[in-house]
Write a protein that binds this ligand. Sequence first.
Ligand code: KMT
Ligand code: NI
Length: 174
Amino acid sequence: MKAYWYDNLPGDQREPHDSGRAASGEWLTKLGILHYNLPSRADVDALARERGYKNRDEITISPASMGAAYEDKVRGFFAEHLHEDEEIRYILDGAGFFDVRSHGDDWVRIRLERFDVVVMPAGIYHRFTTDEKNYTKAMRLFKDDPKWTPLVRGTETEETEYRKEYLKMRDGAA
Ligand code: KMT
Ligand code: NI
C-alpha cells in the first residue's frame, strides 16, 4: 500500500495522479481507515471473524472478464459515493486505487496491490479505479446484513446519519 495526495490534474483516472506528497499511515488512521497486508488467507479469515464479516465474494475487473462493459464499469466505480456500512476489500491480484476524501474535500489516493486489505468506514466519500494495467482481482467482504448500496454524493448523502457520525468520529464534536 502507498498513499498520497491526489494531484487533481486532468488525465485518465487510471494514471497515478501522484502529487508527490505522501499521506502517512497516521493520516489514514485519522480518516478512520484500517489497512493491512495479509499474504496468508488464514489471517484474512481471522480478520473477518473478529470484525463480523460473514459474507464474501470475488470480483475481477478487467476487459477480459467484463468485455465491452469494462469502460462503463470503471467509470461507474469512480463516481464518488458513500455507504452506510464499512467497505472491505482484499486485493487478490493486480492493483487498484481507492480515493478517499479528507478534510476540505482533498482526495487521498490509496494504491493497493496484491494482499493489501483496506477497511473504509461507513460515511466516508470514496471512489475506485483500476490502474493503467486494467486488472484488479479482489475479495469483497460483507457483514451479515450488508448495507453496501452506493449512495452517490448529492443532497441526500450530506444529511445521512452515517455521514454525520463519520464526521463526528473524524473531527470530534463541534
Ligand atoms: C467499489 O466499491 O467501488 C468496488 O467494489 C470496486 C471493486 S473492488 C476493488
Ligand atoms: Ni464504495
